[in-house]
Design a protein around this ligand. Structure first.
Ligand code: NAI
Ligand code: 15L
Length: 280
């Protein structure tokens, strides 16, 4: 067992991870982070279901299905830290989520345990708490209220990573990312939006904090209205620079949803109405 005060393998003076594994590297955020995290890694192992192209000198590409335990074990071998973005990023049937997200995150942490990786940034999601009401301000200690199988898989990842910290001392930042896209596209996203610049800074803080432990952090920019209190993560030093105001006029030019629409009532927005998925 390790204590909550386990020493970090990444001293605060460290400015670069030796070999950083980025899963989901071909995805929307993966493509951004492949570039924006470059200054913070000596080399990057980029992984997804398909080959990454146009590799630079410091990059390598490894095709790997997260559902394949042996392949994930090989993937993790030789890495010093992991940014785990891979997996299904929207609601799907339980069976699909089980493979990519639930087994996937288990395989990743088993690989980390076996190969001595001590720090992971895990892309969790606001859908872990999607059934909290809009307008309610919650922090990292609030009850989890997943809004679907996708949210449940992220909730599982948060618990799994807590276990791997308590049992094996693997430090994790679980990022409950709001909506990280080029634009805040609707009224909800004016509140949940996270700019790519702030996402990168949040990950940088998590990679290099002298002591990370097991942290649950909300990923939102400094938007005018807030549902998430990040004060418990102050030790990470994350200070968002951007806000969603420049998208307000366009987002508010669309009439609001009906007051009794669950998409308007709950923080998870449209995810709370997805499914059911008939698989029999
Ligand atoms: P994305 O769907 O664009 O990228 C996910 C990547 O994971 C894809 O390239 C996909 O090929 C890969 N992937 C899917 N199944 C896989 C498997 N079985 N094995 C290996 N790779 C697999 O999603 P995006 O937007 O880039 O999000 C990245 C991460 O951040 C995801 O884990 C998502 O759940 C999380 N997130 C993103 C938010 C956002 O606003 N973009 C909000 C909250 C969480
Ligand atoms: C997520 O978790 C998804 O990955 C992303 O595609 C968005 O839908 C985001 O949440 C959101 O809630 O806006």
């Amino acid at each position: 067992m390790t204590s909550n005060n386990s020493d970090s393998i990444l001293p605060s003076s460290a400015s670069k991870v030796k070999r950083l594994l980025l899963t989901g590297a071909a995805g929307g955020l993966g493509r951004v982070l492949r570039e924006s995290l470059m200054p913070f890694a000596q080399s990057m192992r980029l992984s997804d279901l398909k080959e990454l192209d146009a590799l630079k000198a410091h990059e390598e590409s490894v095709v790997c299905d997260l559902a394949d335990k042996a392949a994930v074990d090989e993937l993790v071998k030789g890495c010093d830290a992991i940014v785990h973005m891979g997996g299904l990023s929207t609601e799907h049937s339980f069976e699909q989520i089980l493979e990519a997200n639930i087994k996937g995150v288990f395989h990743l942490y088993e690989g980390a345990r076996r190969h001595g990786v001590k720090r992971i940034v895990f892309a969790s999601s606001n859908h872990v708490i999607g059934f909290h009401k809009q307008g309610e301000v919650i922090d990292a200690n609030c009850a989890k209220r997943p809004d679907g199988y996708y949210g449940l898989s992220k909730s599982f990842g948060e618990d799994l990573s807590r276990f791997y910290f308590d049992r094996y001392g693997i430090e994790t930042a679980c990022l409950r990312i709001g909506s990280s896209f080029p634009e805040a596209k609707d009224r909800r996203m004016l509140i949940t939006w996270l700019s790519y610049r702030d996402l990168t800074e949040l990950i940088r803080c998590c990679l290099f904090a002298p002591k990370l432990g097991h942290a649950i952090v909300y990923g939102a920019s400094d938007n005018r209205d807030k549902w998430w209190d990040n004060s418990q993560a102050a030790h990470l030093g994350f200070k968002p620079q951007d806000n969603s105001e420049r998208f307000r006029a366009k987002a508010e030019s669309v009439p609001p949803l009906a007051e009794d629409d669950p998409v308007r009532i709950y923080q998870g927005g449209a995810f709370v109405k997805a499914g059911p998925f008939e698989t029999l």
